[in-house]
Write a protein that binds this ligand. Structure first.
Ligand SMILES: NC(=O)c1ccc[n+]([C@@H]2O[C@H](COP(=O)([O-])OP(=O)(O)OC[C@H]3O[C@@H](n4cnc5c(N)ncnc54)[C@H](O)[C@@H]3O)[C@@H](O)[C@H]2O)c1
Length: 311
């Protein structure tokens, strides 16, 4: 039998922010499946409690903690509460993030401030509180995983979103350099376009174009991040720090943005892409069609894709 103990998270105590649905829920499920007990941190109490119950169904300890990651007092209290409930903290995934679309020549400062507050300040406040908790424990050590985006590297959304994500990548490097002396690993994961509630309105023609522009040939799902999350949370990554792990099916490699032809089908068929998206929409109590589309949820994202792709 294979020895997978390097990736085993049995008994580890984790928190994931923005974990009610989407990528955060996916990371929480991945860590729980690898053996960790996981706290679901989110603003959305009803969905967060459902996700915590789902993890308990996997045989792990899980609870929901309400927290706005932009508020330092709430973040500090959240981390203290996690440590009290679980006895310690070993792994933290700082995932909560938002985007507000709009042309940069027009966008108002309130939108800029809000995106930076959640995506950059929120990640910093969480990382700081988590590092403080790791320093209170014996032995001192821990794993911090920040969710950045390919938008840190390419130019595809707008200045607030792309700038905040670039900030997450460089902040990750800085914190990794500073906190290596505490045996704290700080890394980030950069997904591409992931079928989460954020993208629930994107029509099938947009999804098909994304498939054509992605070497591995299918639209990204939260499941496609499971392996990266477990790797960066586990002993398998003990000598990896300050890294930005791009998990994008090769999307950002296709610099010419020309449709790719395939000779074999992708590993994931179109109907398999939406399994977790439909589950997320169930968790949120929202309806969807057979393609997992809810046109009312962030229609501005679907419009931006259609404009960018000329659809
Ligand atoms: N979906 C994508 O295509 C994609 C791609 C690359 C990176 N990302 C990043 O991944 C992360 C998750 O994205 P998603 O698509 O799952 O988003 P989502 O909108 O589907 O879910 C985000 C979750 O975060 C929670 N949240 C929002 N603001 C919060 C706050 N201030 N405090 C606590 N919780 C908060 C929401 O309630 C929600 O449950 C974000 O950082 C996003 O920028 C997403």
């Amino acid at each position: 039998m294979a020895d997978l103990s390097l990736f085993d998270l049995t008994g580890k105590k984790a928190l994931v922010t923005g974990a009610a649905v989407g990528i955060g829920r996916g990371c929480a499920v991945a860590l729980a499946r690898a053996g960790a007990d996981v706290v679901i941190v989110d603003l959305n109490e009803s969905a967060g409690k459902r996700t915590a119950a789902e993890l308990r169904g996997l045989g792990r300890k899980s609870l929901f903690v309400s927290c706005d990651v932009t508020q330092k007092d709430q973040v500090q209290a959240m981390v203290r509460h996690v440590a009290e409930q679980f006895g310690r903290l070993d792994i933290a995934v700082n995932n909560a993030g938002i985007g507000i679309l709009g042309a940069d020549e027009e966008i108002d400062q309130a939108a800029w401030d809000k995106v930076l507050a959640v995506n950059l300040t929120g990640v910093f406040l969480c990382a700081q509180a988590e590092a403080q908790q790791f320093l209170r424990q014996s032995p001192v050590e821990g794993k911090i995983i920040n969710i950045a985006s390919m938008s840190a590297t390419i130019s595809n959304c707008n200045a607030s979103y792309n700038g905040s994500k670039a900030g997450v990548v460089q902040m990750t490097r800085m914190l990794a350099a500073e906190w290596g002396r505490f045996n704290i690993n700080v890394n980030c994961i950069s997904p591409s376009y992931v079928l989460t509630p954020m993208h629930a309105s994107t029509p099938v023609a947009v999804r098909q174009r994304i498939r054509e522009l992605t070497p591995l040939g299918h639209v990204q799902r939260p499941e496609d991040l499971y392996g990266a999350a477990i790797f960066l949370a586990s002993a398998a990554s003990n000598y990896v720090t300050g890294h930005d792990l791009m998990v994008d099916g090769g999307h950002t490699l296709n610099a010419w943005l020309t449709p790719l032809s395939r000779s074999v089908p992708p590993r994931v068929a179109p109907d398999e892409e939406t399994v977790q998206l439909k589950h997320d929409l169930d968790v949120l109590g929202l309806s969807y069609d057979s393609d997992g589309i809810n046109p009312a949820l962030h229609p501005e994202i679907a419009d931006a894709f259609k404009a960018a792709f000329g659809l």
